[in-house]
Write a protein that binds this ligand. Structure first.
Ligand SMILES: NC(=O)c1ccc[n+]([C@@H]2O[C@H](COP(=O)([O-])OP(=O)(O)OC[C@H]3O[C@@H](n4cnc5c(N)ncnc54)[C@H](OP(=O)(O)O)[C@@H]3O)[C@@H](O)[C@H]2O)c1
Length: 345
């Protein structure tokens, strides 16, 4: 498939381009500020506020499908008009369109929202997302509008970085105990979007995680997974009227999930440390294992066993993936807390 990923330089867009390339698709992707170092992608600078530029790129790329993950929370012209421009370009080229929308189109007054729920936004951002949805439905009725929730990954999302900054004391604030969302793992969401692009879906789809949890619980789960001090993650209710922002928005993705091969895991599942793969007698080969340590240097100093404690930062190297190590009593002492490691697949 020839795929055009608009907003390919963003957090979600990078995962979509990566998975699309690995699946053998030919990928054209866009950035607005700086070109990501992702190889094997035909990168183009694009500002979706320009209807002509979006159309020109689509005519040049002639994609089978377009996935639009571009937005700017505070900019109506990008989020609303830009979404419309992409729909016009998809219609002009006959490409399938998958547009990423948000749970922000809802007020949170209803207990939950399924694919048939009409938008009732309470924030300018939610209104811009809802306006884009309306334009897309009119211009490209065969498009998929995929509403999602907080996007979390393996340490690199803005939500996870904030939790780490709180734990490190490099930022202040608290995580709201009463602001509820259905976070989704970025790899699940990207896989679902690629499914939408390849199959005859049309209309509104909900692609959010299975668990409705507060931002505070999300932060504590991230802290537990990453070996951070949970006591350093403050929680507090949101003060009334402080933000034009919905409080408790639960996306019900049941109907969409029933049609997807991709499982939309809940945060309690994807943030839980995986069961130990080394629960008997672990043999750590330094050539194969590199540990990602996020706990204190003091703990690392108590390490025993033939392990390396190199800290890996930055993007996951190709061919590596995560696993977890659980305490079994027979593992080296410094893995006696739940930890994650990188290993060659
Ligand atoms: N992150 C979440 O928790 C969350 C929750 C619900 C819904 N969503 C939705 O998920 C989608 C992706 O979110 P994300 O977190 O991946 O966003 P992100 O990391 O902020 O990426 C946004 C992308 O949009 C591009 N962009 C911004 N303004 C643009 C413009 N005027 N013209 C062209 N491109 C522009 C950015 O390009 P540069 O980086 O090159 O400037 C970047 O590629 C969005 O539709 C968002 O509404 C996200």
């Amino acid at each position: 498939m020839e795929l055009l990923v608009i907003g390919g330089s963003g957090y979600l867009g990078r995962q979509v381009t990566r998975q699309a390339r690995l699946a053998g698709h030919s990928v054209v992707a866009t950035f607005r500020t700086s070109m990501p170092p992702e190889p094997g992608v035909d990168w183009h600078k694009l500002d979706i506020r320009s209807r002509d530029d979006v159309r020109a790129l689509a005519l040049r790329a002639r994609p089978d499908a377009i996935i639009n993950a571009a937005y700017l929370q505070s900019d109506w012209a990008t989020t609303a008009d830009g979404g419309m421009h992409v729909a016009l370009a998809a219609a002009a080229t006959g490409a399938r369109l998958v547009h990423v929308s948000s749970d922000a189109v809802f007020s949170g007054i209803a207990p939950s929202y399924d694919e048939s729920s009409p938008p009732d936004p309470v924030s300018p951002y939610g209104a811009a997302k809802a306006a884009a949805e309306t334009a897309i439905k009119g211009i490209a009725p065969a498009a998929v509008i995929a509403r999602t929730s907080l996007i979390v990954g393996d340490g690199d999302s803005k939500h996870e970085r904030f939790v780490h900054a709180l734990a490190a004391g490099s930022t202040s604030g608290a995580l709201f105990t009463d602001e509820v969302r259905c976070p989704i793992h970025v790899t699940d969401l990207a896989a679902a979007l690629l499914e939408f692009a390849a199959a005859p879906y049309a209309g509104i789809c909900h692609a959010a995680g299975a668990d409705a949890i507060s931002r505070c619980e999300l932060g504590l789960l991230i802290a537990a997974r990453d070996g951070l001090d949970q006591a350093a993650i403050p929680g507090a209710p949101r003060a009334p009227g402080t933000l034009p922002h919905p409080l408790d928005v639960r996306l019900d993705s049941t109907r969409t999930q029933a049609r997807l091969a991709t499982r939309l895991r809940g945060a309690r599942e994807f943030l839980a440390p995986a069961p130990s793969l080394f629960c008997r007698k672990p043999e750590f080969r330094t050539s194969q294992l590199v540990f990602r340590r996020r706990t204190s240097a003091a703990m690392a100093a108590t390490s025993t066993g033939p392990v390396v404690s190199t800290v890996i930062s930055g993007p996951m190297p190709t061919g590596w993936s995560y696993l977890s190590i659980a305490d079994s009593g027979s593992v080296p002492r410094w893995t006696s807390c739940l930890d994650r490691a990188l290993y060659r697949a």
